[in-house]
Design a protein around this ligand. Structure first.
Ligand code: 5AD
Ligand code: SF4
Length: 503
């Protein structure tokens, strides 16, 4: 029943509105409650995206700058945004100060991510004062939150444009509105839109590329804002995904990462075919591209078909990011993760049996409301048992509108910090031990570029995604090299080149 809540983009009220309530006559503010609804209607796929004729040259001689926060999904959305802007004639600027259009593609996952955006939006006031013609826009997950839209209206009136995650394809029209309107232009849809297939993308380089396989998330883990900001699960048609990966192979890309909030649920929304993530990977592995990765997996939907396909190896790398979040079944239940510690460990055991050299990484939240010392100890013991090569670890951050935000949180911040510290210490120890196994071994490295700290050193990654530094000729960038590991650190490996390998 929720209709697309489209904003009226130009307010002619005459007085300066202060909150979304003032705007309410004209447009529907984003609503997490509406975003929660999951309709049964079929997702339409559109193949007819085009920049409107009168906007094709609007950016000629002008420059844009996109600042991206958060996950790979956002990074990839920024590539689409860049693609659209370039089709409008804009060219990229090195700095926000040099740009005519600046967009902040934002992340809502934790409070500190949001605070960072607000801080940098504040800094943009000076830039805007120096260049009053600058169009400053905010998009991404934060735009989907009413509280954020309200805060921008109240405290950041130098923002010209707000749009959400579901209407990126509307950017040309919204940008034009923002150029000609005196008011802030806001268009956020609480309900996800259809899939728009043929939007342009500007990828950075031609070594590694991201490919979306699905959008949205229906899992509703109790701490997570993503199902609200990204809408319901919608899978791209297999033929569209396969065509995009083939095209990247043709362009010489060496690695593709398939993206989704919950890739294991791929295809569950198809009404006409039975075609899951395992089936998709089984097709994609036949494409002539040396490395295929995917992120992010949910343990609940990780099925035997997928394990069977991954075990075929080849270009499917033996690295699996498998967020566990907690090692306590009790906490997992309150997080609504829909698996227990035992289920998770059984899944890990099955995967290890099928793919003997598999490497795991994970995400862990400490200090979830009500987490006891014993429950935290269970997380540590699970980490010991799985022996992850790496982990992203977080202190729980309440997100307004999610079920966990109203749970009683009796864990003091000091305790949460101490738990994070202990977990990180343990992870560092295990990472180092895992890396030490590679000492003196020869690994295949996809060379990505120069090391950040030393231009004479090359940096690349193993199939298991470990960072390797070694001295080598710059002509190796974009190629595969065999490197003998001579020095092992917690986060990096150092080595010397053995031979150049053709893949
Ligand atoms: N607080 C802390 N961490 C969170 N994550 C998601 N939501 C929250 C939250 N409210 C973490 C999870 C997820 C990763 C992307 O971010 O671990 O897997
Ligand atoms: Fe958030 Fe859970 Fe969906 Fe991951 S699976 S995006 S943690 S709701």
């Amino acid at each position: 029943m929720t209709m697309k809540t489209e904003a009226t983009t130009d307010l002619k009220s005459g007085k300066s509105p202060k909150t979304t309530a003032d705007y309410a006559k004209y447009f529907q503010p984003p609503s997490l409650k509406d975003a929660k609804k999951r309709g049964k209607e079929e997702v339409k796929v559109h193949y007819d995206f085009a920049i409107p004729e009168d906007m094709k040259d609007i950016g000629k001689g002008k420059r844009y700058y996109v600042r991206t926060y958060g996950c790979q999904m956002n990074e990839h959305d920024s590539e689409t945004i860049a693609g659209i802007l370039q089709q409008m004639g804009y060219s990229p600027a090195e700095e926000a100060e040099d740009a005519d259009v600046v967009l902040f593609n934002t992340c809502a996952i934790r409070e500190n991510a949001e605070d960072k955006v607000f801080g940098e939006l504040g800094n943009m006031k000076r830039v805007k004062n120096n260049n009053p013609n600058l169009i400053l826009g905010v998009c991404g997950c934060m735009s989907q939150e009413e509280s954020v839209v309200n805060k921008i209206l109240k405290s950041f009136p130098h923002v010209d444009l707000i749009f959400g995650t579901h209407n990126i394809h509307r950017l040309p029209v919204l940008l034009r509105d923002a150029m000609f309107s005196k008011e802030m232009v806001i268009e956020v849809w609480s309900k996800e839109g259809d899939i728009i297939e043929n939007m342009p993308k500007i990828r950075e380089g031609n070594i590694k590329g991201w490919v979306n396989i699905m959008y949205g998330c229906d899992k509703f883990c109790t701490y997570c804002i993503v199902p609200y900001t990204r809408g319901k699960e919608r899978s791209r048609r297999p033929e569209d995904v396969i065509a995009e990966v083939r095209e990247l192979a043709r362009q010489g890309f060496k690695e593709v990462t398939l993206l989704g909030q919950n890739v294991n649920a791929y295809g569950k929304d198809f009404q006409d075919i039975r075609f899951g993530f395992g089936d998709l990977l089984d097709e994609i592995r036949k494409i002539d591209i040396p490395r295929i990765r995917f992120t992010t997996s949910h343990p609940r939907d990780f099925d035997d078909r997928l394990i069977e396909v991954l075990a075929k190896g080849g270009n499917l790398v033996e690295h699996i990011h498998l967020p566990v979040q907690s090692g306590s079944s009790e906490v997992l239940k309150r997080m609504a993760r829909k698996y227990t510690r035992e289920h998770y460990l059984e899944l890990v055991r099955k995967i290890k049996a099928a793919i003997p050299n598999v490497v795991f990484s994970t995400d862990i939240i400490v200090g979830f409301p009500g987490e006891t010392d014993e429950q935290f100890e269970e997380t540590l013991s699970l980490v010991e048992e799985v022996r992850y090569d790496s982990a992203y670890t977080f202190i729980y951050s309440p997100r307004e509108g999610t079920p966990a935000a109203v749970m009683e949180d009796n864990v003091p911040m000091e305790v949460k910090k101490e738990r994070l510290y202990r977990l990180n210490e343990l992870m560092a120890k295990i990472s180092l031990e895992q890396n030490q196994k590679l000492h003196n071994q020869v690994v295949e490295v996809l060379v990505e570029g120069e090391s950040k700290n030393n231009p004479n050193v090359l940096a690349g990654r193993t199939r298991s995604n470990k960072l390797v530094h070694f001295v080598g000729d710059k002509s190796l960038i974009g190629q595969f090299a065999h490197v003998r590991i001579t020095d092992v650190k917690t986060w990096t490996l150092h080595g010397e080149i053995v031979t150049k390998v053709e893949v």
